[in-house]
Design a protein around this ligand. Structure first.
Ligand SMILES: Cc1ncc(COP(=O)(O)O)c(C=O)c1O
Length: 396
């Protein structure tokens, strides 16, 4: 049984289908690497998180973190759905969100290493909800736009990440570049007061890809943020960031959104705040696949390498963060399986899609779909080795 099977993603007589469409046939039309995204799945994912926010009884805005996937047709569909605003982290993302139909007041900006020209862009968009990532940003906002309402990004020195990975943890025992630490909070309040900035919001993003297994740690970190909030009298909104994860491997227990929402309601009960969130991956990742063609197979010593016509530069997460993408043949022929290593077409040793995988025989011309490629794939891709060409297509 395929652990990733869902109503809209499964094998039908050996042929992989997504959103009711035959993946192999769609990829054949493209010729080269192609990302396919299911719009219905994206909207359903967004609706699920929005409902979980509402279930807290303190539900504020859902923002979609478009760094995960900024393909304009998807952004337009999300904007039109009215399910969410947008979370952006650069002037380019900000302008793209507006061009795709998100109203200025429904855009939240949480950037790092914010430059003078970034501040110019923010000053031109007074309705954007700006979260300050550090004292320097707060000081600069105060100089440019005194009196502006702002949020503070908090760093509770506790965090979470998929599989407890340190690389995916954005706040923890290791000092990170993100947010304002507890011992900096008084100075932040003083800086804001000096420029008449109103701190109306706190924001925290504790890490990426957390699942049910990380919920205890997540609640502890969120509780530390709630304690910091007690020192900020004017705050009316708590943005709990993104990082909501989804299963990447057989055996991963999915995030229990009911527990997430009940935990939030408990942690922030009795405070006059709305709760918002800004997930990216959770909304788009499992709605997309990257389809690559097999270039050939060759045994070297004890390993059978199957080559694909796309490498880690098209979807860097598996190589950078060990977030595996399940490879599924677009057409599965009956017969004996073999153990293979799937290799990309980039001259880098880390360019492997998976090692020791049990797959049906694959030959030149076959196609393989890499699941969970809807987030941080195309958005993070590069033209390394001049192998950066791909298509993207949204399925209704
Ligand atoms: C501030 C902030 N918000 C939201 C996100 C989205 O995270 P995810 O896609 O894991 O939900 C990120 C990702 O790095 C982030 O840094």
């Amino acid at each position: 049984m395929d652990w990733w099977r869902r109503d809209d993603l499964h094998r039908d007589n050996g042929r992989l289908t997504l959103a009711g469409r035959d993946v192999d046939a769609l990829a054949a039309e493209a010729g080269g690497p192609i990302f396919l995204y299911s719009e219905a799945r994206v909207l359903a994912n967004a609706g699920r998180v929005r409902d979980a926010l509402l279930a807290t009884g303190m539900g504020g805005q859902l923002f979609y973190a478009l760094k995960a996937n900024r393909f304009p047709p998807l952004l337009k569909a999300l904007a039109q759905s009215g399910l969410c605003g947008a979370d952006v982290c650069s002037p380019g993302e900000l302008e793209l969100a507006l061009a795709c139909g998100f109203p200025e007041a429904a855009v939240s900006y949480t950037g790092v290493s914010v430059s003078r020209s970034d501040h110019d862009a923010l000053a031109r968009r007074p309705e954007v909800l700006v979260n300050c990532d550090g004292l320097a940003m707060l000081r600069q906002i105060g100089e440019r736009t005194p009196g502006r309402a702002v949020g503070l990004r908090l760093n509770p020195a506790l965090g979470v990440g998929y599989g407890d990975s340190e690389r995916l943890t954005y706040a923890g025992t290791r000092t990170t570049k993100f947010g304002i630490y507890d011992e900096q909070l008084d100075e932040a309040v003083a800086l804001a007061a000096a420029s008449n900035l109103r701190i109306e919001r706190v924001h925290f993003h504790l890490g990426c890809g957390y699942l049910d297994a990380q919920m205890d740690a997540w609640e502890q970190a969120a509780a530390a943020c709630a304690r910091m909030l007690d020192r900020l009298a004017d705050v009316r909104e708590v943005n709990v960031g993104g990082g909501l994860g989804l299963p990447h491997r057989a055996g991963d227990r999915p995030l229990n959104l009911e527990r997430w929402s009940a935990g939030l309601a408990r942690l922030f009960a009795g405070r006059p705040v709305r709760i918002s969130a800004e997930p990216g991956d959770y909304i788009v990742k499992d709605a997309g696949v990257l389809v690559l063609g097999v270039t050939g197979a060759e045994r070297k010593r004890d390993t059978l390498f199957v080559g694909l016509n796309g490498g880690f530069n098209l979807h860097p997460e598996p190589a950078f963060y060990d977030l595996a993408c399940e490879p599924v043949p677009c057409v599965t022929r009956p017969g004996a399986t073999e153990r293979v290593t799937l290799a990309g077409n980039i001259n880098e040793a880390l360019d492997l899609w998976g090692e020791g995988l049990v797959m049906p025989p694959l030959r030149e011309g076959d196609r393989v779909a890499l699941l969970n490629a809807g987030g941080y794939g195309a958005a993070m891709s590069s033209n390394h080795c001049m192998r950066g060409d791909f298509e993207e297509r949204v399925l209704p």
